[in-house]
Design a protein around this ligand. Structure first.
Ligand code: KIV
Length: 298
């Protein structure tokens, strides 16, 4: 890390005008941050600046999203579905996700790399969570971990934070608890809002640097934002009040086919583009027009 990697970005501990009289204050903007760290997300929230997160599972895509300025890359357990073809996120193991985390870490120069703790790798005890998270950081190079949790797991978050591991706490609809929650259901309805708000409050108090809320009503999301104070929030299917947003990239870019959840917006049709390009390649190979002279060694 270069010495002035984050200069001139003032952080909560380095406020330039106060400490350097006469020096002009550099306005904060995430656009000027060379390497995204937790302090920058806190600062962004304080300044009312929004940030973006996308899932990512490989080196080349990490390079593309990093160039695009996406602030956070999440190696989510959604890799189980979109990368490995499992029916459920519950199936993915640490050994399967770690090589993806390592590949994304090698591709991302600026973005913060956040890795999911897969189902079955942390529930037994805070110690188990620390051991699994340490593998994601040591072998995968992750900068932070995400844990699906509720208020009962505040001790887990505290143990991770005590071990020096930045934590994103995932509340609301938590896909690993699909069976316990009665299926894919929006949370915050039918008297469940208080629980979601309390989960977020307890996990933020335990030291999570970010709260991610999935599939909650807009009103619940607003209450979570209020409850966690200065801690940044990220939404997916949580309306527009969170400080950041996340989507599974294959959904956002139109790679996945079929019915999409209503909270997904497709920003491109990459699946169709790839299919068309593959068809064009096949046609030229079959017609004998590829490779042409310019692709041939003489
Ligand atoms: O695994 C994942 O991709 C996630 C996001 C949907 C937040 O948890």
């Amino acid at each position: 890390m270069s010495e002035n990697e984050n200069a001139p970005y003032a952080t909560s501990t380095v406020t330039n005008t106060a400490e350097t009289p006469g020096m002009a204050q550099t306005p904060f903007s995430l656009d000027t941050v060379k390497k995204i760290r937790t302090i920058h997300l806190e600062r962004a929230k304080a300044e009312g600046e929004k940030f973006s997160m996308l899932t990512c599972y490989d080196f080349s895509t990490a390079q593309v999203f990093d160039r695009a300025g996406i602030e956070m890359l999440l190696i989510g357990d959604s890799a189980a579905n979109v990368m490995l073809g499992y029916d459920s996120t519950l199936a993915i193991t640490l050994d399967e996700i770690i090589p993806m985390v390592a590949a994304v870490s090698r591709g991302a120069k600026r973005a913060m790399v956040v890795a999911d703790l897969p189902f079955g790798t942390y529930e037994q005890s805070p110690q188990q969570a620390v051991a699994s998270a340490a593998r994601l950081m040591k072998e995968g190079g992750a900068h932070a971990v995400k844990i699906e949790a509720d208020a009962r797991m505040a001790d887990w978050v505290q143990a991770l934070v005590t071990a020096g591991i930045p934590v994103v706490a995932h509340v609301g609809f938590t896909p690993q608890a699909e069976h316990a929650l009665g299926g894919f259901r929006v949370q915050g309805r039918h008297g469940t809002a208080d629980r979601v708000v309390e989960d977020a409050r307890a996990l933020a108090a335990a030291g999570a640097f970010c709260i991610l809320m999935e599939m909650v009503t807009a009103e619940t999301a607003e209450r979570v934002n209020q409850a966690v104070g200065a801690v940044p929030t990220i939404g997916i299917g949580a309306g527009n009040t969170a400080d950041g947003q996340v989507l599974v990239w294959q959904d956002a870019m139109g790679v996945r086919q079929g019915r999409m959840p209503t909270f997904v917006k497709q920003f491109a049709q990459v699946g169709q583009l790839l299919e068309d390009a593959a068809r064009a390649y096949r046609s030229e190979v079959r017609a004998g027009s590829f490779p042409a002279d310019e692709h041939t060694f003489n």
